[in-house]
Each structure stands twice: as structure tokens, then as C-alpha cells.
Design a protein around this ligand. Structure first.
Ligand code: TK8
Length: 334
């Protein structure tokens, strides 16, 4: 299926070369096209991260590799994009880790609530042995995991009432990512959760099919959820990173030199993207406040009430992901 991902063009590609210039025998170089699909708007740090990746790859490969980015879920939501990537219909993507766990159970480890105390702790675990082991487990799904970019710590928004403790969640309809642990977590907290693709969420909030959702400040602001939500509680309950993935066969068929270019450019784009995501998280929080949404800070005691109700989740995660990966991550956060 190499023809799906490689397109043959001539070295110059000019129309002057005549009609048969795209003939295989006449082509001087094979241009490798990398098709990237993701679910976020162009204003988002994750998109900027991909743009950086594109610039770097095209420069370092002297134009022998070309990166085409399809944002906004135009090729599908996270679940469809993961499937398309497995089949080689797209080459690379950046789904959130939570929907990826529905494919590769070890990823449920990242759904342990309050596991990372801050973003530095997340980087340490994800970039270290624990994260590397986790990425390796994708290989049996025809996926190669390359890195973790930042979405950020997630906060609960809703249109009904201020939420400070689990009691305030009573009967609240919350959209979750497509992930069983997230469903279980919001049920345990007393809410009424329903999984939904990200692309359907704005309309669902606007039409009040759901009362609330949870996402980091940057994404909330860039997709204008603040216009259809009244309250944001700084729950910071989970850090579900974007997982930078590539079709395994595609990667395996690259020359060593091109593999190296991909690896280097992903690493560089990841550093760039994380800095940007961090800055945008803070800016977006301010912008959301200015737009008139009530931002609710939770005290340690209030956060503790959420944590307490979610204690059983730890064993649920272990059963799904296996103990080994949980231990690696818990040790990495000590
Ligand atoms: C975009 C999603 C999004 C995630 C969600 O495709 O679904 O809530 O936070 O960023 O991955």
C-alpha cells in the first residue's frame, strides 16, 4: 500500500516537461507526502505545532518531504482519525490520549485523575521511561508513537450552576471524550455523562443537549465555548496530552535519514508547541474572564472532595491498562 502514501513527482515538477513528466520512469525524485489530520482549529497551539513541524521537515529534507495539514476535524474526529491512520489513509495525527485508550488499553493510565501535580511533572513522566514505554505499546496497532504535545489541564464548564463540589454536579449532563474511564469518573461524581465527538460539542452545548464539558482554557476559548457556557470550575482534574502518532508501515519504509528528520522535527515542534500552549492557557483564562464567564477557583478541601470520590477509579484503570504501566507512571511522578 505504499502508493497510498508516496506520490511520485518529477524533480522540477514544471509543466514545461510535457505530458509524460509524471511517468515513473522519468521521475528523478520521489516526493514523500505526509498527510496530517487533527481535530482542532488553526488558532490552536496544536495546529501551530504542526505548522512548525511542516516548516522544519520541508526545510531539512530540502523539499523531498511535504507535509499537508488537515485541521478542524475535516477528515474526522479523533476516533475516525486514529482508524484512518492505522489504515494509512492519513500519515500522522495528534488525537487526545483519552480516545486513543479505546484502541490501546495501556493509555488508560493517563486517565488517572490528579496524577500530575503540574505540567513539569507531566513532561517528566511523558518524556521519560514511562512515556516511552507507553508509546511503544502502540506498535501492535500499526501505529508508531513519537511524542506528547500539550492540550493542558482540563477544567469543567457548564451553563447551569456554579460547581465547587461534587454535590453541585447532581444531574448535570456532561459531555466526555470517548473513553470508559471518563464516563465512569463523571458518574461517580454524580453527574450524568455522555460521550461525544469533539466536533459535535459546540452545537450540543448551544442547544443544551448537554449542560457542560471539560477542556483546557485555550481550547475552550478558541472554539468559543465561553459564549455558550456560564461557569468554569478550575478542577484541573486531568492532563490528557495529544499523542503524536505516525502510521507504522509508512515510518518503517522511510530511509534512515528521513526517519531521523521526522524524529528531530517532532522533538523540536513539541518544545515549541508546549511553550505556546502554556502561554495561551494563561492568556485564554484572562480572555474568558473578560468575556464575563465566572471562573471558579477550588480550595484544596474542595478538590479533595473530588479526589475522594474518584479513588476507586485507580483500580478500574489498573484492570484496563495493566499494573506495569501504572507503576511506571506513579514512580515517575514521585
Ligand atoms: C480534538 C480533541 C480535543 C479534546 C476533546 O480532536 O475531545 O475534548 O480535548 O482537543 O482531541
Amino acid at each position: 500500500t505504499l502508493f497510498l502514501v508516496l506520490s511520485l513527482v518529477t524533480a522540477c515538477g514544471s509543466s514545461k516537461q510535457g505530458a509524460d513528466s509524471t511517468d515513473k520512469n522519468q521521475s528523478k525524485a520521489e516526493k514523500i507526502v505526509i498527510k496530517v489530520g487533527h481535530g482542532n482549529p488553526e488558532s490552536n497551539a496544536i495546529h501551530q505545532g504542526w505548522v512548525k513541524f511542516k516548516e522544519l521537515v520541508e526545510e531539512k529534507s530540502n523539499g523531498n518531504m511535504e507535509v499537508k495539514i488537515y485541521p478542524n476535524g475535516q477528515l474526522g474526529g479523533d476516533r475516525e482519525l486514529i482508524e484512518a491512520l492505522q489504515m494509512g489513509n492519513i500519515t500522522m495525527g495528534s488525537p487526545s490520549s483519552a480516545p486513543l485508550a479505546s484502541f490501546d488499553k495501556e493509555f488508560f493510565v493517563l486517565d488517572i485523575p490528579f496524577m500530575f501535580k503540574d505540567r513539569e511533572a507531566a513532561y517528566k513522566a511523558l518524556d521519560g521511561e514511562a512515556g516511552k514505554e507507553l508509546l511503544k505499546t502502540l506498535e501492535s496497532f500499526n501505529i508508531k508513537g513519537l511524542a506528547f504535545m500539550e492540550n493542558g489541564f482540563r477544567n469543567l464548564t457548564n451553563s447551569r450552576n456554579p460547581v465547587k463540589t461534587p454535590e453541585d454536579l447532581d444531574g448535570l449532563k456532561i459531555r466526555t471524550m470517548e473513553n470508559e474511564i471518563h464516563l465512569s469518573a463523571w458518574s461517580k461524581l454524580g453527574a450524568n455523562p455522555t460521550p461525544m465527538a469533539f466536533g459535535e460539542l459546540f452545537t450540543a452545548l448551544q442547544q443544551k443537549t448537554v449542560d457542560g464539558q471539560e477542556n483546557p482554557f485555550e481550547l475552550i476559548y478558541s472554539v468559543k465555548f465561553h459564549e455558550v457556557q456560564k461557569y468554569i470550575s478550575k478542577t484541573q482534574h486531568i492532563y490528557s496530552p495529544y499523542v503524536i502518532i505516525i502510521n507504522k508501515d509508512f515510518y518503517a519504509n522511510l530511509s534512515d535519514e528521513n526517519k531521523e528528520i521526522i524524529n528531530e522535527c517532532v522533538a523540536e515542534a513539541t518544545n515549541y508547541q508546549r511553550e505556546l500552549a502554556k502561554a495561551k492557557d494563561m492568556e485564554s483564562e484572562e480572555a474568558i474572564k473578560e468575556a464575563g464567564v465566572e471562573v471558579i477557583e477550588l480550595s484544596d478541601t474542595e478538590k479533595g472532595m473530588f479526589k475522594e470520590k474518584l479513588v476507586p477509579l485507580y483500580d478500574e484503570v489498573k484492570k484496563k491498562s495493566g499494573e506495569k504501566i501504572v507503576e511506571l507512571f506513579i514512580n515517575a511522578t514521585k
